[in-house]
Design a protein around this ligand. Structure first.
Ligand code: CMP
Length: 141
């Protein structure tokens, strides 16, 4: 899969990839695909089986469960990892709330990425723990 030349440098500015050297980032870039969404587009649907992992390159997306907004994610943040890790259906909807550009990886490329880049896996775990803590401290409705 070919990528525009600026994707690797764009990914380099995102904390998620900051532990990778330029060579690794470049080879990784070619494994993913850029996808564009309009405001209101569902990127991920609750209950569907997960086939992709997404990193937001630009724009904003809401994580929604029913009528609750669990989080608003922006540039440099990721989603879609849960379903790929436990192989269960998507836990929530993720909806673009402005024109949004994502970098998406297939589930098998994601598995390879996590296995071969412990610094990235650790970054992801830290973010997941942060989300669990935020969910635990938010009021239940
Ligand atoms: P997944 O279950 O594959 O698809 C929906 C995604 O929404 C999920 O992976 C996470 O990436 C994200 N998500 C689910 N719950 C939360 C939350 N409480 N805060 C932030 N992101 C979440």
């Amino acid at each position: 899969m070919s990528s525009p030349p600026d994707t690797a440098s764009m990914l380099g500015t995102v904390p998620f990839f900051s532990g990778l050297d330029a060579k690794k980032r470049k080879s990784l870039t070619s494994e993913g695909k850029e996808l564009a969404y309009k405001a209101g587009d569902f990127i991920v649907r609750e209950g569907a089986m997960g086939v992709g992992f997404y990193l937001i390159l630009d724009g904003k997306a809401e994580v929604r469960k029913g009528d609750r907004i669990l989080a608003t994610l922006g540039r440099g943040q990721f989603f879609g990892e849960m379903s790929l890790i436990d192989e269960l259906p998507r836990s929530a909807d993720v909806v673009a709330v402005s024109p949004t550009k994502c970098w998406a990886l297939t589930s098998w490329a994601f598995a390879g990425l996590v296995k071969t880049n412990p610094e990235m896996a650790l970054h992801m775990l830290k973010e997941m723990v942060k989300r669990i803590r935020a969910a635990q401290s938010s009021p239940t409705s």
